[in-house]
Design a binder for this molecule. Sequence first.
Ligand SMILES: [Mg+2]
Length: 226
Amino acid sequence: MSAALVLFDIDGTLLRRAGPHHRQALVDAVQSVCGIDTTTSHIPVQGMLDGDILAWMLRDAGVRQPRIRQLMPFLMRRAQWIYSRRCPGDLTGNVCPGVVEFLERLRQRRVPACLVSGNLSRIGWKKMERAGLKKYFRSGAFAERGATRADLVRLAMREAREHGWLRRGVPVSLVGDHPNDVRAAKANGVRSVAVLTGVCSKQDLIGESPDVLVEDMRSLRLEQLL
Ligand SMILES: [Mg+2]
């Protein structure tokens, strides 16, 4: 029986500065499916789910909610296809400090690690593959599977229970770089671990009162999650 379950956000937590390809895939998906020129430059994409970013782009272009809902599956499929063809070949240089060492430690202790990300699934897995991190994760709950990040945390925990990786009383932690990660953890009664490797300030994260706050994963000790 494992001593814990650890959930990880991707952008700003495992990887940083992974390039404009992700944003561009969303913009190009809207162009391809709807024929509309949009931008994400005014959208605070950090901590958001990809579906919410796409919806925001369409709302700004004057598309109405029922139509956005109809288009969403096509936009999501297209964005993932575009990203998987254009993703940078090597993201190993974008892995945040201490991540590989921490994931190795979890693996040695047989503590399951899963992804909870606002990325669409093929985008998230592609990033993990190109960063050399895919092998560390047993599963992932991604943007297209829930309306909120809290939903994704709940889903990841349910799947872990169904697979027998998570039993009653075992502590669950969510490692993330954004206030939305901390809130999603708290909404599920999960321990929140905030890292300062994303774009959020220390002040922003302290304001959410995470259970653990570290500069980066080099200073995170496994004992803090057990
Ligand atoms: Mg993040």
